[in-house]
Write a protein of this length. Structure first.
Length: 391
């Protein structure tokens, strides 16, 4: 009996030591060398720290974020893609330079920039985002441009965010810069019509609640489960035929297009009823029609395009048609930011340098957005507030 207990004890101890060794190997050397971002599993930032769940809106950007760390290249095929190295949010979760009180002072003009990660712009510092650069260019202390971008937001999130949050801050103008997430998230199993609770960070938030998920082995097993369940929206690494076909097929699907048009139309209707001017932004992208194979190949190693160029071009054609139709139908401002970027198509390498990947921008890219928006926004402000001194 004693020998049997000793054997059981040895097996138990060996199992614990084996698991501990596997845990260490996975968490430190494997994670460090696979991710190539200077982090171990234990030192990495957790995505679910950056977001908070919300019963009405699905999720929100977390308040009072203050990330300051060394910037590192995140993706081998996107040399300018460095993210979450200098990010701050205020007590409301807005990526803004100071806390925004709900009560608006007399004479203040509030412009809220609605969008997803391309507006939030975690690839730059707060000062490098296009809303902040636009506010700086306007240069009037009574005119605020608030970055209300939230990573992963689709059109349903923009609509609900306006209904349940931004309305309370007495906006005067909202700009709508979105569409990427409606398109890409339609490819994943968590997408459901009009449902804000299925989104790009669903699996990360769920993983944060799994018991013992602070251990690398538990985290890895849970992550594999969600990946096989088509819940993980991952960064592509290298061209694949499957991705190429999927992006082309989904770009032409009616489901995401009808969802986007319906949600943005409702957002426009609500804003106008509140006396708020909504303006649609036709956003820029590095992709363009009639590109040579040489350009597409270069985009694979410079923007981590992963063979998705043709699908994205079809998406851009469809989303821009919908945006133009919505603006004309509702008689609201349409600011085509893409025009200035398209002038660089013949010098595609210079154009690509304004982007960190297939959609996100560098500070210089955001600067061009702000410069292109500046005059139209001045006209919108002057139209709404004729009593204000002309710029």
């Amino acid at each position: 009996m004693k020998d049997k207990l000793q054997k059981i004890g040895l097996v138990f101890v060996a199992s614990i030591l084996g698991l501990a060794l596997c845990e260490f190997l996975l968490a430190v050397p494997v994670y460090y060398f696979v991710k190539k971002n200077g982090e171990t599993f234990y030192s990495r930032p957790h995505h679910h720290w950056y977001y908070v769940e919300d019963p009405n809106m699905g999720f929100l950007q977390a308040p009072n974020i203050n990330v300051k760390r060394e910037s590192r290249q995140k993706v081998s095929n996107a040399p300018r893609f460095k993210t979450w190295y200098d990010v701050q949010t205020d007590s409301n979760g807005f990526r803004y330079s100071s806390d925004l009180p709900k009560e608006k002072p007399e004479g203040e003009v509030r412009i809220f920039s609605f969008g997803g990660s391309t507006t939030f712009s975690a690839e730059t510092s707060n000062a490098g985002t296009y809303p902040q650069q636009l506010e700086d260019m306007i240069g009037e202390p009574q005119i605020r441009v608030i970055n209300n971008g939230v990573n992963g937001y689709r059109s349903i999130h923009l609509l609900l965010n306006y209904k349940h949050l931004v309305r309370d801050f007495d906006p005067d103008i909202i700009t709508i810069y979105s569409g990427w997430n409606d398109y890409e998230e339609f490819m994943y199993s968590y997408w459901k019509p009009k449902d804000p609770h299925g989104h790009a960070f669903t699996s990360q938030m769920k993983m944060g609640k799994v018991p013992f998920a602070d251990f690398a082995l538990i985290w890895a097993g849970t992550r594999l489960y969600y990946r096989f369940s088509q819940y993980n929206r991952t960064i592509a690494q290298g061209p694949t035929e499957e991705a190429k076909k999927r992006y082309i097929t989904v770009a032409g699907k009616n489901g995401w297009q009808e969802e986007y048009e319906s949600n943005i139309q409702e957002l426009i209707t609500l804003a106008k009823a509140d006396g708020v001017i909504p303006a649609i932004i036709i956003f820029p992208a590095p992709e363009f029609e009639n590109a040579t194979q040489e350009i597409k190949n270069f985009s694979d190693k410079d923007l981590n395009m992963a063979g998705r160029w043709d699908g994205v071009v079809l998406f851009l054609k469809n989303i821009r048609r919908i945006q133009t139709d919505l603006a004309h139908k509702n008689n609201i401002p349409l600011i085509d930011v893409s025009v200035e970027f398209e002038k660089l198509n013949n010098d595609y390498k210079a154009k690509f340098k304004l982007f960190t990947d297939k959609m996100h921008l560098t500070s210089e890219g955001n600067k061009l957005i702000a410069q292109t928006m500046l005059q139209p926004m001045k006209e919108i402000i002057n139209e709404k507030f004729k009593a204000l001194q002309e710029f």
